[in-house]
Design a protein around this ligand. Structure first.
Ligand code: SF4
Length: 327
């Protein structure tokens, strides 16, 4: 395999295959890394002589294990995520799923230097995706040298201090003026800004890009969607069939509470929730019980798609101030 910016832990993978005498293994990679799947597969097959099956399905998080493939192989290597917190509750990940965290090998110093210039306050919360959590202490020292106090929050459910998921920002719940996020893309920093209610400075060590996310602007967009749903009389309550996102009891309870308020509510189960799949259902609005960040993807959809908290505002059970809470 070519040199990469991530630790694929090939030696560990090969050793595990040999150790248990696996004959068939599966590889599940996030979308952006499917481009290296063939090289990875060839390398593993060449040295271990196992059959390697690549998952072509989604790989959004540890909530999204390819269970059909898991049933066909001796070991399933799931890349890019840590195994928690979905072990709790309904989903029981079997021992045959091995999580490869894909730690970054990129130096974070240059991008942290750039981020420091954007910090307005004296104290920041410091968070990262699992790919960069090992660099947080180094970033903290750099910030201290620049006269900024940095706090790395303890986690409730996640494996590492300072680690965030797209649906778990508990480590951002620290006394601070703003948050510095180390990682790629806007999915995590948008969620942190929304739920922590603080300005987020996102530093991407791969692209060297610094982006700033303001909570008020982001929250306003969600308030507009909720406002559109206030007159809705019928709701489709969406249940994801991904076992790490499966919330059947919560969906049924929401349906009962909606009916008690004189609304119509229908339960709809889906493997993949996207606009095309929702078009045929003639309800006024939808409520998403799957990935809590999914409703944001439907911002331009012709019907409002609400999160559970947002729907509780429509039901009159929650205040607008309580929609975004860090638990
Ligand atoms: S944000 Fe959504 S996709 Fe990502 S881990 Fe959480 S539930 Fe899964």
């Amino acid at each position: 395999m070519e040199q990469s910016s991530y630790e694929f832990e090939l030696e560990r993978i090969k050793a595990l295959i040999k150790e248990i005498g696996a004959r068939r293994v599966g590889l599940q990679l996030p979308e952006g890394l499917k481009t290296v799947a063939l090289a990875l597969s060839a390398e593993i097959a060449k040295e271990t002589r196992v059959d390697v099956i690549l998952s072509g399905n989604s790989c959004y998080g540890a909530c999204d294990i390819d269970e059909k493939l898991e049933g066909m192989v001796d070991l399933l290597f799931h890349f890019g995520h840590t195994e928690n917190p979905f072990r709790k509750g309904v989903y029981k990940i079997q021992e045959k799923v091995v999580f490869i965290e894909l730690r970054s090998t990129v130096n974070i110093k240059p991008v942290v230097e750039s981020a420091i210039a954007e910090i307005k306050g004296d104290c920041v919360g410091l968070v990262a995706t699992v790919q960069h959590v090992h660099a947080l202490e180094e970033a903290k020292i750099m910030l201290a040298r620049a006269g900024k106090q940095a706090v790395i929050g303890k986690s409730n459910n996640l494996k590492y201090e300072g680690q965030v998921l797209g649906c778990d920002f508990f480590t951002a719940k620290v006394p601070c003026d703003e948050i510095v996020f180390i990682g790629s893309g806007s999915f995590h920093p948008v969620g942190i800004a929304l739920y922590a209610g603080k300005r987020v400075i996102a530093a991407d060590p791969f692209t060297m890009q610094i982006s700033v996310f303001e909570p008020d602007e982001l929250r306003k967009k969600r308030y507009i969607v909720i406002g559109r749903a206030l007159d809705a009389k019928s709701f489709g309550i969406l249940i994801s069939m991904k076992s790490g996102q499966f919330k059947l009891n919560e969906a049924i309870a929401l349906q009962k509470r909606a009916v008690a308020k004189g609304l119509e509510a229908f339960l709809i189960s889906l493997e993949e929730i996207n606009e095309e799949r929702l078009l045929g259902f003639k309800v006024d609005a939808f409520v998403n019980t799957a990935c809590p960040r999914l409703a944001e993807d439907f911002i331009h959809f012709k019907k409002p798609v609400l999160s559970i908290n947002e729907f509780e505002v429509v039901l009159g059970e929650r205040t607008w101030e309580d929609i975004f809470v860090l638990q």
